[in-house]
Design a protein around this ligand. Structure first.
Ligand code: SAH
Length: 223
């Protein structure tokens, strides 16, 4: 059946070429984990980008997804995912489903992914794309992720919005040895931090500067 091509569409296997180039770019920028790079080679980012921005799906930058939110820059998604050090058997919690792209990447690297979003329409759309791509190990929830998600604990938690502080309910939902990766700072600019649980202690490392939309909730910013 003939389809109408919009100027933002890339015909044929153009997406595959662009995706391969994005993976090369991520490698050049320092992403090393071969499982992470393979996940980026497999997940079609263009499916998570609104149609009016689809032509920019493989530019290494954030893009608007509606409701004032963004799909994060591929490099940042890769760096955060790599910092979680996933081996395949983990239960992972993501706060801030947004487009669902990071959840799709995580679904290829962990046993089970729970992702929570405060905007129901974003969650509904992400859940639909994730279903279409057969990411059956992802559960999409709607709510305030700063409170954690009911069915913890988790081996890894990633927060994809900027927080004033690491929310205590999230630290409490980490298993022994579990990792929390979260941007912490002011509303505009943050530092990506990784917390590792060792008994009742949390070891904190600072990874890099970053810019995320604010984490809004009881243990985040007030809206
Ligand atoms: N991981 C997303 C990035 C989304 S941007 C992706 O791959 O596309 C961050 C998202 O966090 C936004 O959609 C925003 O609505 C959501 N968010 C902010 N505060 C939240 C909270 N307390 N609980 C759940 N989601 C939240």
């Amino acid at each position: 059946m003939a389809a109408t091509l919009r100027h933002t569409d890339v015909p044929g296997d153009g997406w595959d070429d662009l995706r391969r180039r994005m993976v090369d770019d991520l490698r050049r920028k320092g992403i090393r984990d071969p499982r992470v790079l393979e996940a980026f080679a497999q997940v079609p980012r263009e499916r998570f980008v609104p149609s009016d921005h689809r032509g920019l799906a493989y530019v290494d930058g954030p893009l608007p997804i509606g409701l004032g939110q963004t799909i994060s820059q591929p490099y940042m998604v890769a760096a955060m995912t790599e910092a979680l050090a996933l081996e395949g058997g983990e239960r992972v919690l993501e706060i801030g489903t947004g487009s669902g792209y990071q959840a799709a990447i995580l679904s290829r690297l962990a046993r089970e992914v729970v992702t929570i979003e405060r905007h129901a329409p974003l969650s509904g759309h992400a859940a639909q794309v994730l279903r279409e791509l057969e990411c059956h190990n992802v559960t999409c929830l709607v709510g305030d992720g700063t409170l954690g998600a009911g069915s913890g604990p988790y081996d890894a938690i990633v927060v994809t919005a900027g927080a004033p502080l690491a929310p205590l309910p999230l630290l409490a939902q980490l298993n022994a040895g579990g990792r929390l990766v979260i941007p912490v700072g002011d509303r505009g600019i943050q530092t990506l931090e990784r917390y590792r649980r060792a008994g009742d202690e949390f070891l904190r490392e600072r990874l890099m500067d970053c810019m995320f939309v604010p984490l809004i909730g009881e243990h985040g910013w007030k809206s």
